[in-house]
Design a protein around this ligand. Structure first.
Ligand SMILES: CC(C)(COP(=O)(O)OP(=O)(O)OC[C@H]1O[C@@H](n2cnc3c(N)ncnc32)[C@H](O)[C@@H]1OP(=O)(O)O)[C@@H](O)C(=O)NCCC(=O)NCCS
Length: 193
């Protein structure tokens, strides 16, 4: 059997040339995707926003973003291409996003997630996010509640230790193997997590 060369995974700032791929992933990840010009406006007109993409051998396979709201990093969107899920790309993106937030001196990171979105909730819980409240009927398509999740203080010893442990685990985890037929979770609401 011929061994495939290992994939190179990089997380980098999103650029305008990534937008077609980002919107393609957006449409297959969310049943109420952001409109076609939304990410362009975010990149060109929102100085509070920062967006990252994960690339596998150069191709965009996931993306995520934050808005810095004073000293809070609000995760606005987060998605991995379905065929690339369950290969730790979500974790890799989340670590990069939290590092970005720490670099911007965010006190904590926060987000909204559908109560029914267990894959995302499990991912966020793994990185220290805990439920702190509910926004009733937050999602317009089906009136589902949003769970508000927040990290402990990002500069605190508990969060730093958790991130160090998770980084070490990621460094020794099996490398992504590439697109698969698995991982077909479709969020049923707005991309704004
Ligand atoms: C949520 C999402 C980004 C996860 O991406 P991913 O690359 O598959 O995640 P990873 O492979 O890095 O998984 C990391 C952890 O997330 C959790 N997780 C991911 N997918 C899961 C699933 N289908 N079921 C349960 N837990 C899951 C687990 O805790 C997992 O850790 P483990 O493997 O040790 O159990 C992806 O499912 C996605 O894009 N979903 C659609 C869009 C969406 O819902 N975005 C979030 C909006 S708030």
């Amino acid at each position: 059997m011929v061994e495939r060369p290992p994939l190179t995974i990089l997380v980098e700032p999103m650029t305008l040339s990534d937008l077609a791929d980002v919107h393609r992933i957006e449409r297959v990840s969310f049943s109420v995707p952001w409109p076609d010009d939304a990410y362009r406006s975010e990149l060109t007109g929102n100085r509070l926003a920062s967006y990252l993409v994960a690339r596998a051998n150069g191709a965009v396979v996931g993306y995520a973003g934050i808005w810095m709201m004073v000293d809070e990093a609000h995760i606005t969107t987060f998605a991995v291409e379905p065929a690339w899920r369950r290969q730790r790309l979500g974790e890799t993106l989340l670590v990069a996003l939290l590092d970005l937030a720490i670099g911007r001196h965010a006190r904590e990171a926060t987000l909204e997630v559908r109560l029914s979105n267990l894959p995302a909730r499990r991912l966020y819980e793994k990185y220290g996010f805990r439920p702190v409240g509910v926004r009733p009927r937050y999602y317009s398509d089906n009136g589902e509640d949003a769970l508000i999740m927040t990290t402990p203080p990002l500069a605190g010893s508990a969060m730093r230790a958790l991130l160090d442990a998770r980084r070490a685990a990621l460094a020794t985890a099996p490398a992504p193997i590439g697109p698969s037929a698995g991982g077909t979770h479709l969020d049923t609401g707005e991309a704004a997590s």
